[in-house]
Design a protein. Sequence first.
Length: 276
Amino acid sequence: MEKSKILQSDFLDIIFENRNKAYGAYDLRRSYRKHITYAITGMLMIAAAFSLLLQLKQDKDSTTKTFITREIDLQSVSETKSQVVMPLQPVEKVKPQTIKLKTTQFSTLKIVDDRMVKETVKSQQDLSNARIAAFTQDGLETNAVAPPVQIKGEGGNTFEHIAASVTSKKIEEEIFIDVQVKASYRGDWDNFLKRSLNADLPVENGAPPGTYRVVVGFTVAKNGKVSDVKALNDPGYGTAAEAVRVIKASGDWEPGIQNNTKVSSRHKQAIVFVVE
C-alpha cells in the first residue's frame, strides 16, 4: 500500500492488504462491533422479560389478607341526679336528763355548840313527799325510788340506783345514690378489660355487625367490696352476662366519698362490644 493511502485507510484494510478478503475473516472482523451490540441488546431484553415474568407470577400468587378487628369502646356513664341527698350532720350526744327531786334534810352528824343549832324538825308530811337527803332543796315532789340495777364486778354483784337517760337511735348505714366523689376502679380499667373481657363472645353467638352497649349497676361498699351486680339492659348475644361477670371479677374499688368520708354508694359502668 502506498504511503499516501495509509493515513486514509482503515486498520483492517491495512492488516488484510494483499490477502484474501473473501475468505471470511475480513467480513467477520468488520461486523464484530455490530454483533456485540446485537448480543448485548438481546441479553438485556431476555433479562428484562424474565424479570417481568417473575414479578407477574409473584403478584398473581400473593393474596390480600383481611383482618377483622373488634373494638371495645369504653364510655363513661353520665349519672343523672335522681335525688338530692342532704349532707350528713354530726349527731350530738344527748346528755342524760336529770330530774331534780325535792329532798328534805333528815339527819346529819356535826358536833357544834348547842347555842348555834337552829334547825326545825321536819314533819312526817314533808318527809312523805320528798326523798331523804343530807340537804334540803325544792324540786319535784315524789315518793318513788328508782329501782336498783344489778352491777357485776370483780368483788361480786352489787345493786345501785341510776337515773334514767335518753338514748339516741343507732344510725343505720345508708347506701348513697349520688356522692360528691364517685367510686372508681383501682388500677388501669382499659388494661383490665383487655385481659378479662371476652370481646369475641357476640361474634361466637352469631351477632351481626353493630354496637352492643351494656350498663351494669352495682354497689361499692365503703371498704371497696363490690356487691349486688346487675345488668340494667341486655342487648343479647351473651353480652349482659359477660359484662356482669367482668364486674364481679374486677376486685376491690375505691369507694365513693361524701363529706370527706368513705361511704357505700351505687355505681354504673358501661361496657361496649363493637362487631364489624
